[in-house]
Design a protein around this ligand. Structure first.
Ligand code: AMP
Length: 624
């Protein structure tokens, strides 16, 4: 592979062509217009040295002609049509960008320069971070140096060298001596207090601090940088089980820190792996995949050879294929796009050592199920599997069991119940009155806490209601659904996080997994089609223990769900509307379920009913 001296271009070159290119260089021939490069670099040097730091090394690199691999045709697909070269000669003229201002902005989901936020076209060979140009590489190296100095002064260098030693030896998880020193009774109480329930053989004890995991210091530092001081309950139990290499089926409240709970075992599993890719994380939506990748990058920063690739639909394929060739360790993908790439044989999954399926209940439902199973089929059998969601219905639990081997079931919080820190209000509102009721809520000073997330059941409904809200209330409102382009969807999500919008009317696309930290009020304008969706949508209002409110409009259109609503919402102390509690549909559903249970009980043979069963059997026989 041919790479410029210091910046590794993220474009892989064909071996023969790269050798030709090397020869050209060694014979003194430049593939680029040297003068422009030298000029550019001189000013880059000047600019950065103004900050008092030397850029000699980078300037030296810039003064030397930088050769570009000959397969730029591939890379140019990511540069847009205007830049596309049509013949081989012109393809050789794509120079490494000297300055950040010469680089374009990243499309959503594309790598981002760690310095300026533009398209991170290159990978810095010293840090493996994404950068857009020589200028930003120089700045990035200086920043990295500064950071290192700071660490040194905090005596973290010593710990870092210990971490390096740890990276040199293979990692195996053992209960920390502090945890081992606790009595069984104390561990039982801890689990009880935190609502941790576990099933399975040889379950390690929960950790109490991240330090109990024996992570490399860089990872501990990244955890602190991300604001993770202490593990959340799901992390306390899931991380040690994951680090032991066991298969896991885990359910925990929405927003309870599940992502880091699976990312940390993933990181430790593949840190020493030489095969690439060696980890696969599947998620149902692009937005969730993007969010997982962002968190993964935060936690992996500074760890050697830990590159990620995002393979999701709705974004151009060539840059994703191109990045796949750069020895990436961790794939984060939606099933459809990954299958598309697998069909082209552009990636092999035989080196995968750990697979995570996030939102597993959605992923194993009809629609996604076959795609997920097809993907898992191509992975060698000795991999570790982690399946997670806030809701795991019984049917999905059975299917999930078949994908796991000798697994540990972890449950935190009330099984399949909405997260307890969200106050739920269920209102009986007939269809024609729903808009009026929504406007009342948006006008109510006590209830209205922007940004408000309003869930509806169809795309057209989202557009229409969003227009109506804007017209009637004057609030900044926008709709969100799967027919919007990826660029629009990303812009809306950013707008939501930056509080640009006061109201967002969305279909279920925003319902799952997304960390919409600032949302305090969710309105289910249309009752979701299942209680699992309800739990996820309500969960958007209560991330990581923050309190929020979810208001749901219900009427006879959702009559099929009445008994489920009672079973899953009433235990949280929510007062249900009398129209629902007195509904004949509710009583009918309750009666049917009781009958089913009775039949089930009758079919079980116990000491109490065995004589009845024999008598019934004899009676039937004699009648025949
Ligand atoms: P998740 O449930 O994984 O979507 O996480 C919800 C939010 O909690 C995200 O913003 C995470 O960054 C944050 N988070 C996860 N774990 C911790 C932790 N141990 N301490 C503080 N914040 C956390």
């Amino acid at each position: 592979m041919f790479l410029p001296r210091s910046l590794k271009v993220k474009r892989s070159a064909d071996e023969d062509e790269s050798t030709a290119k090397k020869n050209k260089l060694s014979s003194g021939e430049s593939l680029l217009e040297e003068t422009t490069e030298v000029q550019d670099c001189k000013s880059a040097t000047k600019e950065t040295s103004a900050s008092g730091c030397s850029l000699n090394e980078v300037a030296q690199e810039c003064r030397e002609p930088v050769a570009i691999p000959s397969d730029l045709g591939v890379a140019n697909t990511s540069l847009g049509k205007d830049n596309q070269n049509t013949d081989e000669d012109s393809s050789l003229e794509e120079p490494i960008k000297s300055f950040s201002k010469l680089q374009r902005w990243a499309e959503p989901g594309e790598p981002i320069c760690v310095v300026c936020g533009r398209y991170g076209e290159y990978i810095c060979d010293k840090t493996d971070e994404d950068v857009c140009s020589l200028e930003c590489k120089a700045k990035h190296l200086l920043q990295a140096q500064e950071k290192k100095k700071k660490l040194k002064s905090d005596q973290l260098m010593k710990a870092e060298s210990q971490a390096e030693t740890l990276l040199d030896t293979s990692y195996s998880y053992k209960d920390h001596s502090f945890i081992l020193g606790l009595q069984d009774e104390q561990i039982r109480n801890l689990k009880l207090q935190l609502g941790i329930a576990v099933l399975g053989q040889q379950v390690p004890r929960p950790i109490i601090e991240f330090e109990h995991c024996g992570f490399p210091e860089t990872l501990n530092h990244n955890l602190k940088n991300s604001g993770y001081e202490v593990p959340t309950p799901i992390q306390m139990q899931m991380i040690p089980v994951g680090l032991l290499g066991k298969d896991i089926l885990a359910s925990a409240d929405t927003g309870s820190g599940k992502t880091a709970a699976f990312l940390l075992p993933v990181i430790m599993k593949v840190l020493k792996e030489t095969e690439t890719p060696s980890a696969l994380i599947l998620a149902p939506t692009r937005e969730l995949a993007i969010q997982i990748e962002r968190q993964a990058k935060e936690l992996m920063a500074g760890l050697p050879n830990m590159r990620t690739v995002l393979l999701v639909g709705g974004l151009p394929l060539p840059p994703q294929l191109h990045r796949l060739k750069q020895s990436v360790k961790v794939i984060i993908a939606t099933p459809g796009r990954l299958l598309e790439i697998l069909k082209q044989s552009s990636v092999q999954l035989h080196g995968i050592k750990i697979v995570v399926v996030d939102e597993v209940d959605t992923m194993l439902k009809m629609g996604f199920q076959q795609q997920v199973l097809d993907i898992l089929e191509g992975i060698s059998h000795d991999h570790q599997t982690i399946l997670v969601s806030a809701t795991i219905p019984v049917g999905i639990e059975h299917l999930a069991n078949q994908l796991l081997h000798d697994f540990i079931r972890i449950m935190v919080g009330e099984k399949n119940l909405p997260c307890s820190n969200v106050r739920q209000i269920i209102l009986w509102v007939e269809e024609p009155s729903k808009k009026k009721k929504l406007f009342e809520i948006l006008n109510d000073k006590k209830l209205f806490k922007p940004p408000v997330l309003v869930f509806v059941d169809c795309k057209l409904g989202a557009d229409l209601l969003s227009d109506a809200v804007h017209k009637i209330t004057g609030l900044q409102c926008i709709s969100m659904h799967s027919e919007k382009s990826q660029v629009e969807r990303t812009e809306i999500l950013q707008g939501l996080l930056q509080e640009k919008y006061e109201v967002i009317v969305s279909t279920g696309v925003l319902g799952r997994g997304l960390d919409l930290v600032n949302v305090k009020l969710v309105v289910n304008f249309d009752m979701p089609s299942s209680m699992d969706e309800y739990v996820h949508q309500v969960g958007r209002a209560g991330r990581l223990g923050h309190s929020g409110t979810a208001i749901t409009f219900i009427n006879n259109n959702s009559k099929k769900l009445f008994w489920d609503v009672v079973k899953r919402v009433k235990p949280t102390g929510t007062i249900l509307p009398p129209q629902l509690l007195n509904s004949p549909y509710l009583h009918d559903q309750k009666r049917r379920e009781q009958q089913r249970l009775k039949q089930l009980q009758n079919s079980l043979v116990t000491g109490d009913n065995i004589m009845d069963i024999i008598r019934k059997h004899d009676k039937n026989n004699s009648q025949r």
